[in-house]
Design a protein. Structure first.
Length: 79
């Protein structure tokens, strides 16, 4: 187990969240915060990817179709 130094105000907020959510410990709160952060970053990337696709006029299905030959070559090399 590791120790992390955080400011007092952040500690108080974490304790409040722990009590509100009825989690066993602050580690559970931090785990949830990490999950939500990663989820938000993934959704941001997803939106950016969709926007890039629409700007280029491509569709995801078309990209998959065009990449099929490359995927088959890689598969042949690996297996």
């Amino acid at each position: 187990m590791k120790t992390v130094g955080i400011p007092e105000d952040i500690h108080k907020e974490l304790i409040k969240l722990k009590l509100e959510s009825r989690d066993r410990n602050v580690a559970e709160i931090i785990r949830k915060l990490i999950y939500e952060y990663k989820k938000r970053k993934f959704l941001e990337f997803s939106d950016s990817f969709k926007e890039s696709l629409s700007k280029s006029g491509e569709s995801f299905a078309k990209i998959l179709k065009n990449s099929r030959k490359i995927r088959e070559e890689i598969s042949d090399e690996w297996f």
